[in-house]
Design a binder for this molecule. Structure first.
Ligand SMILES: [Zn+2]
Length: 413
């Protein structure tokens, strides 16, 4: 069992979770299962602890409204737990307005919904990690983040809440929504099964849309690295990284506009996942190192640089064993090669090291919706074509003379 330095008590988490009031512009609930109205921060469940910690924030927030990862509240709604920021309003729902302004910073609070069978530490930890990612990269669209535990009854309750939302906002009928959730290959039943089988490992999560509905929807199984008593060898940094990874998909999505342009500028699969992996790794590390985000505890074993090193080793091994002869450009969601995420992360790390860390978001993604396709956006950003980059990167991971450059990149993490 690893030793952990407990830096933030649960009682403190609950205390800060109810510290102030949010401005809520949500539509009026029409039944007990409908929209949340988090207007009261009355703390009925927190302890009387007076623990207080100042978390200095060294970052300049990219969000116009969010600045602190501890400024939020969580309410036990009986059938589920609901969390939102106490610094920003949750989004009012106006479908047309949101679609027209897709990709513009709106500054709304994310909304986190957790099943009632999850341990108390999970929802506040998801919320603070999500806030950290939004502070680091900006909050463009409304966000709903749903966390599903292993229990069937608790999941069905969460399905009701989710489907009331989808119905009230004109996304789906109740029947369409409940059928989608019941399918074990999609939405909540899929993540419930993941929670059931995972036991004590990190979450399985996804950004599942929906630009056509004007917001980002995320589904997740239980992030068990956020528990204290269940998980003796947990590394909360892993579940934090997963939340950053998923939110980065939301950032990518926000930059790609709406309608037909989205498919025109779509990135190669390895780039979608590789940039999410690399950006999540370095940005979550930065958030923790700068005290923007203070996890429930810090594991002693997790080191971001070691993860990067593992990705290179595993990616190269997978390339030779799972899909011999394949190169970066051949890796996609449809093949059996497991190297897409790991080597994709290295490809994006290589680009950042060679051409500049800020180019990915501030040039490539910032201008992508104005380009005819991804290839043009790539060349305009990095000054080389995608084809030229593939040749360079292949040399980088196969030619031993590039070992010093690999060490240089690792040294910067
Ligand atoms: Zn991903």
């Amino acid at each position: 069992m690893k030793n952990k330095s407990i830096v933030l008590s649960l009682s403190f988490m609950m205390l800060v979770s109810f510290c102030s009031s949010a401005v809520v512009t949500e539509e009026t609930p029409t039944s007990t299962l409908t929209e949340e109205t988090p207007t009261t921060m009355q703390d009925t469940t927190s302890t009387t602890s007076t623990t207080s910690t100042t978390m200095p924030m060294k970052n300049i927030s990219k969000s116009d409204t969010l600045t602190n990862t501890d400024s939020f509240f969580c309410e036990d709604k009986g059938n589920y737990v609901y969390c939102a920021s106490s610094e920003a309003a949750v989004a009012p729902y106006n479908h047309t307005d949101l679609q027209l302004k897709w990709g513009v910073k709106k500054g709304y609070s994310p909304e986190v919904f957790c099943a009632s069978d999850l341990q108390d530490t999970i929802c506040p930890n998801v919320m603070s990690a999500l806030l950290a990612a939004m502070i680091e990269w900006g909050n463009y669209e409304p966000v709903e983040y749903w966390v599903i535990g292993p229990g069937k009854e608790a999941t069905l309750k969460l399905v009701e809440i989710n489907c009331e939302r989808r119905k009230n906002r004109g996304h789906m009928t109740m029947v369409e929504c409940t059928n989608k959730h019941a399918n074990e290959n999609s939405w909540f039943e899929f993540y419930r099964l993941e929670s059931e089988k995972n036991g004590s490992v990190s979450a399985s999560a996804a950004h599942v849309g929906h630009d056509e509905w004007g917001f980002h929807l995320f589904n997740s199984s239980s992030p068990n690295e956020f528990t204290l008593d269940k998980c003796e060898s947990c590394e909360p940094e892993v579940d934090i990284r997963i939340i950053f990874h998923e939110y980065f998909h939301g950032v990518q999505s926000s930059f790609k506009g709406v309608g037909e342009i989205r498919s025109a500028v779509r990135e190669p699969d390895w780039f979608i996942e590789g940039s999410a992996e690399y950006m999540a790794l370095i940005t979550s590390k930065k958030a923790i190192d700068s005290n923007l985000l203070v996890p429930l505890y810090i594991s002693e074993s997790y080191v971001a640089r070691d993860q990067m090193e593992r990705w290179l080793k595993e990616g190269k091994e997978s390339l030779s064993s799972d899909c011999p002869g394949s190169k970066l450009q051949d890796l996609n969601y449809g093949n059996q090669c497991n190297a897409m995420y790991s080597l994709g992360a290295w490809a994006v790390a290589y680009l950042a090291n060679e051409y500049g860390e800020d180019l990915l978001l501030e040039s490539l993604y910032a201008n992508l919706s104005q380009k005819p396709n991804f290839e043009v956006g790539f060349k305009d950003t990095y000054g080389i074509s995608l084809e030229e980059f593939y040749i360079d990167f292949d040399k980088f991971i196969t030619d031993p003379t590039f070992e010093p450059l690999i060490q240089e990149i690792l040294g910067n993490i």
